[in-house]
Design a protein around this ligand. Structure first.
Ligand code: RB5
Length: 162
């Protein structure tokens, strides 16, 4: 955390964003909100609205960036959030989930070390999405033994089935 972060009262993060046409508008709104809040944003696209684009083309590069540590956390948006979460979870090291409630937005990080938040641009509005994003970014994995044990079991499957 930098001195600037201390003065502002929260740490800035490097956050990756991705969306297809179904999530494009919400991604643009979230990017503006996050930049305004002082976070560093890497936008993996789409950079323009194309009605026939495909969410894996944007979500997979984001997921790889999260898995390699290029960005700290990711936010992936498609129409429902389902395709984005399915695609993101194909990348080893990614723990993505479709989140449309406030409890899961923090508990998913605290217990499950979720590193990509998926949203449905055709399901929730921008203000609710902003709340979930803020909650997601403020949450930290507790590292509790029982949670780590469960994540280790998930990671073992990921390794074995690779
Ligand atoms: C695209 O029409 C839509 O299927 C996609 O954005 C997403 O909702 C998939 O899960």
């Amino acid at each position: 955390m930098t001195l600037f972060d201390v003065v502002r009262g929260f740490p800035s993060m490097h956050i990756g964003l991705a969306a297809d046409h179904g999530g494009f508008e919400l991604k643009q709104q979230l990017a503006a909100m996050l930049r305004q809040a002082g976070h560093q944003i890497t936008d993996f696209g789409a950079h323009e609205l194309h009605a026939t684009d495909d969410y894996p083309d944007f979500v997979i590069p984001l997921a790889r960036a999260v898995a390699t540590g290029q960005v700290e956390r990711g936010i992936a948006v498609c129409g429902s959030g389902v395709g984005a979460s399915i695609a993101a979870n194909k990348v080893p090291g990614v723990r993505a989930a479709l989140i449309h409630d406030g409890f899961s937005a923090h508990q998913g990080v605290e217990d499950d070390n979720m590193n990509i938040l998926c949203l449905g641009g055709r399901v929730i509005g921008p203000l609710l999405a902003e709340e979930f994003v803020k909650t997601f970014l403020a949450a930290q994995f507790t590292g509790a033994e029982r949670h780590q044990r469960r994540l280790d079991k998930v990671a073992a499957v990921e390794k074995r089935d690779a």
